[in-house]
Design a protein around this ligand. Structure first.
Ligand SMILES: CC(C)(COP(=O)(O)OP(=O)(O)OC[C@H]1O[C@@H](n2cnc3c(N)ncnc32)[C@H](O)[C@@H]1OP(=O)(O)O)[C@@H](O)C(=O)NCCC(=O)NCCS
Length: 222
């Protein structure tokens, strides 16, 4: 099949990992392959440089110079990712979905555009995954979960059955979400937390069992 020109937005850890993911997918022979054009970032000092062997083509707005390309927004923080995707969408950008060959999907899932699924992530059955979601390394998503748009799940998080992750929610590394829990829109779960109760929108919880440690400021609420 004809290669799809691909651009990674973001040169941070997530961006570099996503570029490596696209390369691994190409090596696996998955079709269609991606022709990796390089990175975009608004960090001016990186423009024209090389990051992990790929060119930094310019700021986000340069996406308009590549009308046939598909972009992937590889920024871990949901609030930052939402802002970038909104700007890119206004320029008419199209997005790709990146699933690492070593991710395990037990069945076919509905996976939204712009979503990144990293190596070792396991998604069992009847899981709905929205747009621009990040499921990072070794995240475990069990049966009957709903993951709304712009959710980030950090490495080794365990999401048990029938959990609902609201728009733009973020789960820290190695946390556990018990069955049927709802994580509210824009909420943040700390690393290592065990979440035993529903989490209200735009709150930050941490600990075992998780308790509220703060709320997002009004201008940060989703
Ligand atoms: C929970 C978290 C969001 C809090 O960040 P924050 O709002 O900046 O809070 P602070 O670092 O100021 O800490 C506030 C208090 O919570 C405690 N705390 C912070 N993170 C904690 C955690 N994960 N579990 C338990 N307690 C935690 C701090 O020790 C501090 O306690 P104190 O007031 O008694 O000193 C953050 O520490 C965290 O765990 N983020 C997830 C990181 C992650 O997994 N990223 C994935 C990258 S791939």
């Amino acid at each position: 099949m004809k290669p799809v020109p691909a651009i990674v937005i973001g040169t941070g850890g997530m961006g570099r990992e996503t570029l490596a993911l696209l390369e691994a997918r190409n090596r696996s022979g998955a079709q269609p392959p991606f022709e990796i054009l390089g990175f975009l970032t608004n960090q001016q000092d990186q423009h024209g440089s090389q990051v992990d062997g790929h060119s930094v083509l310019g700021p986000e707005a340069v996406v308009a110079d590549y009308p046939g390309a598909r972009s992937i927004c590889a920024i871990g923080d949901p609030r930052a990712r939402i802002a970038v995707v909104q700007r890119l969408t206004q320029t008419g950008a199209a997005f790709l979905t990146a699933v690492h060959p070593a991710a395990v999907c037990h069945t076919q899932h509905e996976i939204g555009e712009g979503t990144i699924i990293a190596p070792g992530a396991v998604i069992t059955v009847n899981v709905r995954i929205g747009k621009h979601v990040i499921l990072n390394n070794n995240a475990s998503i069990s049966h009957d979960c709903v993951i709304e748009d712009f959710v980030t799940v950090a490495p080794c998080a365990t999401v048990t059955g029938h959990v609902h992750l609201g728009y733009g929610a973020e789960l820290g590394a190695n946390c556990t979400i018990l069955p049927r829990i709802r994580i509210g829109r824009g909420a943040l779960v700390g690393a290592g937390a065990v979440v035993t109760r529903h989490v209200a929108p735009n709150t930050v919880v941490a600990g075992v069992p998780a308790t509220v440690i703060r709320e997002f400021d009004p201008d940060e609420r989703l």
